[in-house]
Design a protein around this ligand. Structure first.
Ligand code: ZN
Length: 458
């Protein structure tokens, strides 16, 4: 419920639309009860027109007694008022605004100064690109074994450019919500230490501090700008482009980011960080690709979702082409913010983050693209990166791996054990954050899910 309220105020309004039906349903029920109550009241008044005073008193007494009995009953049962709808919705809204206010105040006031060493020649032209995908699940990508041909371009790239295009096979997201996952991807803090988010710099801030020129190209809505966690962190980029701000229609497709990316790559600055935020496979899937990309068909949840994955494959291919042909050293990491449920167990579970975690919403694509110029200057790091493709990784590894590849070693915040290119990378337990902001060990969560599934099948 807290995540539902959070999403309503968050940058990604479409995500909120997808979730808000729960609130609407609850309001409808509440309104129906109130209307019924009112009608009964009118009927009693009408029938007893000559004795309204006594019956009015009796009616009011009944309402008061009912309220008192309900409150006492809830207290006896140990149910707190603030946890019952609609009071819980108010409590969650207050909690959300408090969280955002505190986060902004703390994060914006954070006095970060780089202190450490930089292991990269100052005259080397190098660019790091982080592509944040949206609701792309590993289970629906043929590059990871899905039977339908959803990622032909990626597969061809892996086949023909295996040293340049490196898919990781065991990656999970930090949560099933954009508003939690994306900050973890950007921050040096990890899912286990979520409460440190406001006190930890993002990679944008760190790259800025060491003289990089930072860019953002976003095809996600900017509503709620300056209000939520993602936009507070993104605000640190030196140059940002929100496609919706510059006259693009709401239904801009992700390929529109490519010309902007090309422009950023042409920038003459030696050191660049580019963050690209895609709309990917966000519901409604049919709106994520042009009609001529309806490869698997026109209708149906899985069909339209698969079309959106195939379109992301096309966008990814276009971006990879720019990276691979460039003469300057470029390292790109593409990771989705979370996966998606497509009624996989015939239990009506669609979307993400609405029930107990499933593997479909946690398992994500996690793919590096490194061009020839990059491999030439950072060969040993690339070698280590390639060796670890089957290791258990998560969003926790995004920031530290990009810092490690760039050779930006801050004494306070960089963690070698989470850098996939470092000598001292260590495979660790992974954590995920649930819809109520509780932090769980992934294997414990899996055990819980297993238990729930067993009970359901009886
Ligand atoms: Zn998302």
């Amino acid at each position: 419920m807290y995540q539902v309220v959070g999403s309503v105020y968050e940058t990604n309004v479409e995500e909120a639309q997808e979730l808000i039906w729960i609130i609407i349903r609850a309001i409808q029920i509440l309104a129906a009860i109130l209307v019924a109550f009112f009608l009964i009241y009118l009927i009693i008044l009408r029938r007893n027109f000559h004795k309204p005073l006594v019956l009015n008193k009796l009616f009011c007494l009944t309402v008061v007694v009912t309220c008192i009995v309900s409150i006492l009953g809830m207290n006896l049962l140990g149910i707190r008022f603030s946890k019952v709808y609609p009071f819980s919705a108010v409590r969650y809204q207050i909690k959300y605004f408090k969280e955002i206010y505190r986060f902004r105040k703390t994060y914006e006031g954070l006095n970060y100064e780089f202190s450490g060493r930089i292991d990269s020649p100052s005259n080397l032209r190098e660019t790091y690109i982080l592509i944040i995908g949206e609701a792309a699940r590993k289970a629906s990508m043929s590059i990871y074994g899905y039977p339908q041909n959803t990622t032909p371009i990626l597969q061809n790239l892996v086949k023909t450019r295996c040293k340049n295009v490196i898919p990781y096979t065991n990656a999970i997201s930090a949560s099933a919500f954009t508003r939690v996952s994306v900050p973890i991807m950007l921050s040096v803090t990890d899912a286990e230490s979520l409460r440190q988010l406001a006190y930890s710099p993002s990679i944008i801030r760190i790259f800025n501090a060491v003289g990089y020129k930072t860019f953002l190209i976003s095809n996600q809505p900017r509503r709620g700008f300056h209000q939520d966690v993602i936009s507070t962190m993104m605000k640190d980029v030196a140059y940002s482009v929100y496609l919706e701000d510059i006259g693009y229609l709401d239904r801009t497709y992700d390929a529109a980011v490519i010309p902007f990316l090309r422009q950023c790559l042409k920038d003459t600055c030696n050191k660049k960080l580019i963050v690209v935020h895609l709309m990917g496979s966000h519901y409604n899937y049919k709106e994520r690709y042009p009609p001529d990309f309806s490869f698997f068909g026109e209708e149906g949840l899985v069909t339209t979702y698969n079309n959106s994955i195939r379109y992301t494959d096309y966008v990814f291919g276009g971006i990879a082409k720019e990276v691979l042909k460039s003469d300057e050293a470029i390292a790109l990491l593409y990771a989705s913010d979370h996966g998606e449920n497509l009624n996989d167990n015939n239990d009506g579970n669609t979307g993400h983050g609405l029930r107990e975690f499933t593997r479909y919403e946690l398992e994500i694509p996690f793919i590096f693209v490194l061009n020839a110029a990059f491999i030439e200057v950072k060969a040993s790091k690339v070698e280590r990166l390639i060796k670890r493709t089957n290791h258990a990784v998560s969003h926790d590894h995004v920031s530290h791996s990009l810092l490690g590849l760039a050779g930006i070693y801050d004494n306070q915040v960089y963690q070698e054990s989470k850098d996939l290119s470092s000598l001292r990378f260590l495979e660790q337990e992974r954590y995920v954050i649930d819809r109520d902001m509780n932090i769980f060990l992934v294997n414990l969560y899996q055990r819980r899910i297993l238990k729930a599934l067993t009970q359901n099948s009886r």
